[in-house]
Design a protein around this ligand. Sequence first.
Ligand code: AMP
Length: 284
Amino acid sequence: MKVVHTIAEIRTAVGTASREGKTVGLVPTMGYFHEGHLSLMRQAKADNDLVVVSLFVNPTQFGPNEDFRNYPRDLERDAAMAESVGVDLIFNPSPEEMYPEGYSTYVSVEKLTEGLCGASRPGHFKGVTTVCLKLFNIVQADRAYFGRKDYQQFKVIERMVKDLDLPLEIVGMPIVREVDGLAMSSRNSYLSAAERSSALVLSRSLAHAQELLAGGVVNGEELQRKVEAFIGKEPLVQVEYASVVDAESLEPLADISSKAVLALAVRIGKTRLLDNALLEIPAQ
Ligand code: AMP
């Protein structure tokens, strides 16, 4: 496995493989790997001849008071983990390589980015779509892999690829969890022991919602209120949103009769965590 830092180097390496007729899979990440990241890499390895992992803490997707500076970074550890699952290349550019002086071009997806995380993190998705579009253009992969843990991000990227006729397939992957149910996240490393145990309320509230739905709570707002109350019982946890939305449009759902997602964002101390689940509509 090779770690490269410049656009020229990654283009040369991927170009050589493509000319040999190899298919290329890309896994965009911000690093500090866990099993969630590795599951994407393993799938990319199974589907493609060459696997590229981009490792870039993207400044344009962080707000001014967010954790860009403190975001956990450990290239050596990440490289060893990526190598262990058969990754061929890590692309680890500097911010200046991606956004040289005078950089002025951004792409944004409308509608899908307005609610959920878009409402509380203005500009976040514009940063995400811009960096992903750049990565897609740089790497020219056949497929790119995204986790459904960041469900809105996955739908936004799918939309951008469709709308801009980008020649690659977006593959969505299931959420990987710790044995006790907490969705894996690089940001879990910020949690104290007490916060880590409070964080279990996220996955528990998803299971609770499923039970409420099975018990006949099919009104989106009512389910939302009940989930918020359930999470609210955990003193260290502040709910940012607990929203029942249509799985495709991400619009709030009044009646849970079509494909619905319950999306959660909470703050635990200084840490912001996400989780979500597709709601199973009980058989009539
Ligand atoms: P990040 O490094 O947090 O930006 O994540 C890189 C990719 O890994 C994104 O597509 C995430 O959705 C995905 N990912 C992060 N955590 C998980 C998880 N627990 N399960 C599945 N995919 C994940």
